[in-house]
Design a binder for this molecule. Sequence first.
Ligand SMILES: Nc1ncnc2c1ncn2[C@@H]1O[C@H](COP(=O)(O)OP(=O)(O)O)[C@@H](O)[C@H]1O
Ligand SMILES: [Mg+2]
Length: 360
Amino acid sequence: MNNHDPQMRPVIRQLDEAAANRIAAGEVVERPASAVKELVENALDAGAARVDIAIAKGGKALIRVSDDGCGMAAQDLPLALARHATSKIDGSDLLDIRSFGFRGEALPSLGAVGRLSITSRAAGHDGAQIAVTGGRIGPVKPAAGNRGTMVELRDLFFATPARLKFLRSDRAETQAVAEAVRRLAMAEPYVGFTLTDEDEGRVLFRADAEQGELFGALQTRLARVMGRDFIDNALLIDATRDGITLTGFAALPTYSRGAAVAQHLYVNGRPVRDKLLTGALRAGYMDVLASGRHPAAVLFLTCDPHQVDVNVHPAKAEVRFREPGIARGLVVSALRHALAGAGHRASTTVAAAALGGGAS
Ligand SMILES: Nc1ncnc2c1ncn2[C@@H]1O[C@H](COP(=O)(O)OP(=O)(O)O)[C@@H](O)[C@H]1O
Ligand SMILES: [Mg+2]
């Protein structure tokens, strides 16, 4: 492994803040879509009712996220850019996390690898702006604006050219950004979202804020994001066991896909790609799906935050349940139960295809 001469003792040094932030950025921000995810999550944590996102060149040239949330006061701006500075936890209980963010890493990381500016105004305060480029933080300046925050990130990874080389085409990065926005929008039906491509001046995604009771709002939002077809062919899931609740929609077996592309799982509102849960999803459909077919479902697990550790993955995409068997059992049994009750229902798409010979 190492070919150091044992006589030559290597020097241990403390890396400077900029280097530490670039390293953290390597874990947290893989590509423009991860930056968008972090910024939109910050907007949601700030209680935004509306989040507008603009990108250029797949997010490589520009990512701008504007929200109407609580905003920040001028004196908070340098702190927001400091490592491990967060308003969301006090550090006393890492198993009591009720927000998307809690590590205070996203903004300093983004400021270390791109040109970041934050313009914000909190109620009762004057607006202010701060900029950071490749880790160098500028002064706080007065700025105009409505209540809320606008974060602009230009030239992502200009400070880390190696990472820049790994990015894919503008088109592929745009798609990944849109997917990240859709995933968050599915879980937040009461928040309005737009995603605009500034190169083409085109709105790529739009979902207006829903109103009314949760299931209705969720249903309308999912129809918007997943397509009307999905909702028309989906069963309502609503089950509770041992303090864990599973809600959402799971599609009929006849509406399955050739790949696992339409599976969206959330734990306490957070999108996750969790092996335990995807395995449970597959197991729930096992008796009704041919091999090679994949279920389509949007499922939300809700539990006391103490039942699940979200601090196990740099991008928080994975979680660890205190009692994995309960979570898995709930998913499997709720799906089986719903699917058994719907044995007679055929997918509208399949019925339409049988009549017209269209859908795939
Ligand atoms: N859109 C926003 N609106 C209001 N405050 C924000 C926003 N984005 C960031 N902040 C503030 O900056 C802090 C640091 O943000 P971030 O680096 O993403 O860390 P975290 O989200 O883990 O706290 C947040 O805790 C919050 O107080
Ligand atoms: Mg954050």
